[in-house]
Design a protein around this ligand. Structure first.
Ligand code: GDP
Ligand code: IMO
Ligand code: MG
Length: 422
């Protein structure tokens, strides 16, 4: 059996949670492979809305196994709050959620360090989610981290040593903080974590594959936030690309099957950093209002702009995307015309590839197309698509070199249309 990977092609918030939930009935296992509670994955069904941060989005559809892989960073306090809320809403998880012992723990002082580093950067700050993601991955790579498996042996001493190290750094930064409350809920989270199946997820995933089970990997963030290929340094601290599923779960590259790349019909970004197609006018505001483009967790306003096909071609290349999923086209339902960036102009020269540096002097070159001016939110089949919409998706497929297999026309699970035409 192969492992399929679903990931965001832009700057995150493409609608990964919704589509993982929709695809879950076709799989036996859903697994997260990177990121942590910086993610906010929204799902809507039966009039209810849920936002998941660390728990995979396969938790609502039947008795699937959900795995938090070794590549994830986990905050026990936030995890406890998320898991308890789900259990209280009638979605028991204890038997279905397995957590890798090799996943790294976000400590309370990691969150404080995140804030301290951001403050030290001043105007150059990344605009992180403040969840301690960067400092936790830094400790992982510099071999100072604590892992979920550490809670099973001699944990107090290990925690005390890690905390003391962080306190020294915070002192050197002259950063004022009080960790008391954070630490209290965090330690409760550690105790809560002990009730779950703490596993060697690389063994588990590979054994399940041997038994013929199918696995869907759920990416967090998006390719433009990847630590290697994104708009560095305005990125997150993990590999959000397809290869991250291999290192974040212990899956060999030759086991990867389909790679689903998710994109919005426009583009958004939260936090700082370059965004060539960003709109500062009324159109940008209209997209934000109609698309409810506010952070799923932080409520931060998302920056909005036209779809960037140059960046998308790059994302499709580095991920090996085999099929595209087009989200939120309904937000553009009322537009007279729609633009798409097909090239960049850099120093007066037109280029169609994604350059090393997009921070300055990149001017988008747009193609403008007629809008479809039709409410598509109640459509259930591609046979109902208006002619202009068909022309629009054919244009995207041609520009991007990959087929659009699913079109999402609203936030609800039901508002999802599969395409069968080639
Ligand atoms: P994720 O982080 O990739 O899972 O995406 P988020 O949940 O952060 O953001 C996507 C937002 O768009 C959520 O509020 C979803 O409920 C909503 N959404 C998902 N698909 C669609 C769609 O096709 N149309 C509209 N209008 N909203 C959608
Ligand atoms: P999902 O999974 C959108 C952004 C932050 C910031 C940068 C670094 O919901 O798509 P971090 O806290 O990771 O160190 O912040 O990355 N960011 C996201 N933007 N969606 C996300 O997740 C994000 N996770 C991090 O806003 O610019
Ligand atoms: Mg999100």
């Amino acid at each position: 059996m192969k492992v399929d990977v679903l990931l965001g092609l832009q700057w995150g918030d493409e609608g990964k949670g919704k589509v993982v939930d929709v695809l879950t009935p076709r799989y036996d296992v859903v697994a997260r492979f990177q990121g942590g509670p910086n993610a906010g994955h929204t799902l809507e069904f039966e009039g209810q809305k849920y936002v998941l941060r660390s728990i995979p989005s396969g938790i609502f559809q039947g008795d699937k196994i959900n795995i938090i892989g070794n590549g994830v960073v986990l905050d026990p306090a936030l995890f406890k709050a998320e898991a308890e809320a789900l259990e209280a809403s009638g979605h028991p998880l204890k038997e279905r959620l397995h957590i890798s012992k090799k996943a790294h723990l976000i400590l309370p002082t990691h969150r404080i360090l995140d804030a301290a580093y951001e403050a030290a950067k001043g105007d150059a700050k990344v605009g992180t989610t403040g969840k301690g993601i960067g400092p936790t991955y830094t400790d992982k790579v510099s071999r100072n981290g604590l892992r979920v498996g550490d809670i099973l042996h001699d944990f107090e001493a290990k925690y005390a040593a890690a905390k003391a190290r962080h306190e020294k750094i915070l002192k050197s930064l002259n950063y004022e903080y009080d960790v008391t409350d954070l630490e209290k809920t965090w330690l409760e989270g550690i105790e809560y974590l002990r009730q779950f199946h703490l596993v060697d997820s690389e063994h588990e995933v590979n054994n399940l594959l041997k038994e013929g089970k199918s696995v869907l990997c759920e990416g967090a963030q998006g390719t433009m936030l990847d630590v290697d290929f994104g708009s560095y340094p305005f990125v997150t601290s993990s590999n959000t690309v397809c290869a991250g599923a291999c290192t974040g779960l212990g899956i060999a590259p030759n086991k990867i099957g389909e790679v689903y790349g998710i994109m919005k019909a426009y583009c958004t970004r939260v936090g700082a950093g370059p965004f060539p197609t960003e709109l500062f006018d009324e159109t940008g505001k209209t997209i934000r209002d109609l698309g409810h483009e506010y952070g799923a967790v932080t409520g931060r306003e998302r920056r909005c702009g036209w779809v960037d096909l140059v960046a998308l071609r790059y994302s499709i290349m580095v991920n090996g995307v085999t099929q595209l999923i087009l989200m939120k086209s309904d937000v553009l339902d009322g537009f007279d015309t729609i633009k798409a960036c097909v090239a960049y102009k850099v120093n007066g020269e037109e280029i169609d590839y994604f350059p090393y540096d997009i921070s300055e002097g990149v001017e988008p070159v747009y193609v403008e197309m007629p809008g479809w001016k039709t409410d598509m939110t109640h459509m259930t089949s591609e046979d109902e698509f208006p002619e202009e919409f068909n022309a629009y998706i054919s244009f995207l497929e041609e520009q991007l070199g990959a087929p659009i297999k699913i079109v999402s026309v609203g936030p609800d699970r039901e508002q999802t249309i599969e395409r069968y035409t080639e």
